[in-house]
Design a protein around this ligand. Structure first.
Ligand code: SAM
Length: 352
């Protein structure tokens, strides 16, 4: 049986088979079959719905030094900011008024936001907006910290694994960081009953097809509720400044593969995909994505949360641009919905 037929039949693939599939990424017929099946599954499981999440980039301080990232510790050119609790709550108030029912608190790994401060913020948001889901994306912590966040009411956690290959991990990160710890975090988060998001960048420096095969195999086995996957885009103040950005075509191909492999997964069409080219996010929706995360951060801070160059920050991706976003999403036959949109099939998750 051809690997594509195996995938389309809902069977598990080995790492080697994922590699064979990836080697066919430039065959138009293969791309078409994957895209059509991804679209069919999206419509079957979610109808025309596209879930929106309000992204609050609440700090760009980071104690880590990931080589690809514009806000890494070693970049002295960043104007650092952290939002106050009141500012974060203002973002939520505005988001709730606009209709958002999921807030995503994302930031660098900023020790100022101690467990106690995070718990206070989580409890306040969940107390004020009990109808909303709260997603955290604040990096690697010890299990006890994650437990406190979960008990305080956080529902979901995004922590891209970045790459499932230990050598490639070492190309992207300094020695003080380890893939083993990141993977342990993902396991801990799952055990604590978070809806968990893993994921990676497409064509990050040093990434080979065999690494991507490992990423897909890992996602297949780990079965996260969400997958954050978008193209790598260089940032001029990193050592990868001269590296090429990931391609739109490969990102779309991978979105389709992930949709087919994890039919019910929540899969954003990322800002990075939108940054790659006009209509990138809409193409992502047609390839299998079903989530968009508009920016709810205060306008004054947006340009300083600069993970990569030319990050879009003023148009449809901004929460204020919701009307324009609704239009461009409906132009591809989908519709923005405001519901919480939890991952289906959560019956197997431990609830607190
Ligand atoms: N600190 C948290 C963490 O590490 O999970 C959350 C913030 S981190 C900036 C969010 C994501 O941005 C990372 O998981 C990474 O994949 C992505 N990112 C960072 N630099 C990027 C780049 N140059 N191009 C594309 N994505 C990038």
């Amino acid at each position: 049986m051809e690997v594509i037929d195996k995938l389309l039949a809902g069977q598990r693939l080995s790492e080697r088979e994922f590699l064979l599939l990836l080697e066919q990424r430039k065959q138009p017929e293969v791309c078409r079959r994957l895209r059509e099946e991804a679209e069919r599954l999206c419509l079957k499981n979610f109808g025309t719905k596209v879930y929106i999440r309000g992204l609050i980039e609440f700090t760009n301080y980071c104690k880590n030094n990931c080589y690809y990232c514009g806000i890494r510790r070693g970049n002295g050119g960043v104007k650092r900011y952290r939002l106050t609790k009141e500012e974060i709550l203002d973002c939520c108030r505005e988001g709730h008024r606009l209709g958002f029912r999921t807030f995503v608190l994302q930031g660098g790994e900023d020790p100022w936001f101690s467990d106690e401060r995070m718990v206070d913020i989580i409890e306040t948001i969940k107390g004020r907006y009990p109808d909303c889901a709260l997603t955290l994306s604040v990096g690697e912590k010890e299990k006890e910290s994650y437990r406190k966040f979960r008990e305080a009411g956080a529902d979901r956690y995004l922590l891209r694994h970045e790459t499932a290959d230990v050598d490639h991990y070492g190309v992207l990160h300094p020695r003080e960081m380890s893939l083993a710890h990141r993977m342990q975090c993902l396991k801990d988060l799952k055990e604590l009953g978070f809806q968990v998001g893993a994921g990676f960048m497409v064509q990050s420096p040093g990434q080979e097809l065999k690494n991507l095969a490992k990423d897909l195999f890992f996602l297949q086995e780990f079965r996260p509720e969400m997958v954050g996957m978008g193209p790598f885009i260089p940032h001029h103040e990193t050592k990868f400044a001269a590296e090429p950005a990931g391609s739109m075509e490969l990102t779309l191909f991978l979105l389709s593969v992930i949709r087919i492999m994890l039919p019910e997964v929540l899969l954003p069409a990322t800002t990075a995909l939108g940054t790659l080219g006009e209509g990138g996010r809409e193409r992502g929706l047609l390839a299998g994505a079903n989530v968009i995360m508009p920016n709810l951060s205060p306008e004054k801070n947006r340009k300083d949360y600069s993970l990569y160059d030319n990050k879009i920050a003023t148009g449809e991706e901004a929460a204020e641009g919701l009307e324009a976003l609704k239009k461009s999403v409906s132009a591809v036959g989908r519709s923005i919905v405001f519901e919480r949109g939890d991952a289906p099939g959560l019956g197997n998750l431990k609830r607190p």
